[in-house]
Design a binder for this molecule. Structure first.
Ligand SMILES: [Zn+2]
Length: 280
């Protein structure tokens, strides 16, 4: 975790950069790198890293290497996050100066949601703010609902954001959990095991009926997908889902009486499922 004051500092820094280099909701990463004289190399590096920022002590300049073997194609959503993360290492003084003066070892950055060091969390946060600036992100959610005539929040809001900002569904979801316009809870699972979760601050703090690293509740949409044949359900489920499928709710908390919705996103390329949960 990083402190709120540090987050504010990182977010402010990205705002200056975004103001100079963006086209509507799209942050122009290549132009940022060009302006800073940081060349980017896309190449096959097998499974060595997703991205890496290196300091060349002879020429006294920085270079970014991006690994296309890990799915980081130029301008792909994943590639954009990786590049933005490496730009974070460049823009954050402690990271850049650390590399330059040998206080920090050059390190391979991986897209991986668990067990990250502070500098990795900071670079991820920089990438998230750079690609999904707060004001634009918040405006979009309201605009999108108007445009699509869809008054209610749903997975569609997240997918619309992901397309507009060219960010992966997962990173969009994490950003929405932080600054979004609707209370959400989401569980990311793979092979019927809960890998991670995202919770917005305004979502009730109920104890979960699952543990990260263990199987997910079988009565949930994702649970059925993993355990029953032909049960890949992509619609919004409201009739057969219940708060009790996911949470232990205190009997005196009437927030649990509201209509709960659940909708799944299936990532075919990475094999994970996101269960998005929200209320009216
Ligand atoms: Zn990194």
């Amino acid at each position: 975790m990083i402190r709120t004051s540090r987050k504010t500092q990182i977010s402010k820094l990205t705002e200056y950069v975004v103001n100079e280099f963006s086209d509507k909701n799209l942050t122009l990463l290549d132009e940022i790198a060009k302006f800073e004289n940081v060349p980017i190399y896309y190449d096959n590096y097998e499974d060595a890293f997703d991205g890496i920022l290196l300091y060349d002590t002879d020429n006294k300049d920085f270079h970014i290497h991006i690994n296309i073997d890990n799915g980081n194609k130029h301008n792909s959503k994943r590639g954009r996050f990786t590049l933005a993360h490496e730009l974070g290492h460049f823009f954050l003084d402690e990271h850049r100066l650390g590399l330059k003066y040998g206080l920090l070892e050059p390190h391979a950055s991986f897209h991986n949601i668990n067990h990250k060091s502070v500098i990795e969390i900071e670079a991820d946060y920089f990438a998230s703010c750079l690609l999904m600036p707060k004001d634009k992100f918040k405006n979009f959610s309201a605009e999108h609902r108007k445009l699509t005539g869809n008054k209610e929040f749903s997975l569609d809001t997240i997918l619309g954001l992901s397309n507009s900002f060219q960010t992966s569904v997962l990173s969009t979801l994490i950003r929405f959990g932080e600054i979004g316009t609707h209370e959400i809870f989401a569980v990311i699972s793979k092979n019927n095991v809960a890998k991670w979760f995202v919770k917005s601050n305004d979502f009730p703090n109920w104890p979960f009926k699952f543990k990260v690293g263990n199987t997910i509740p079988q009565t949930t949409v994702a649970g059925e997908y993993f355990t029953k044949e032909n049960s890949k359900y992509t619609g919004i489920e409201s009739v057969s889902v219940s708060v009790d499928d996911w949470f232990y709710t205190p009997s005196n908390d009437n927030r649990a009486d509201r209509q709960m919705y659940e909708q799944c996103y299936y990532s075919d390329s990475y094999g994970y499922v996101i269960s998005l949960i929200w209320f009216d």
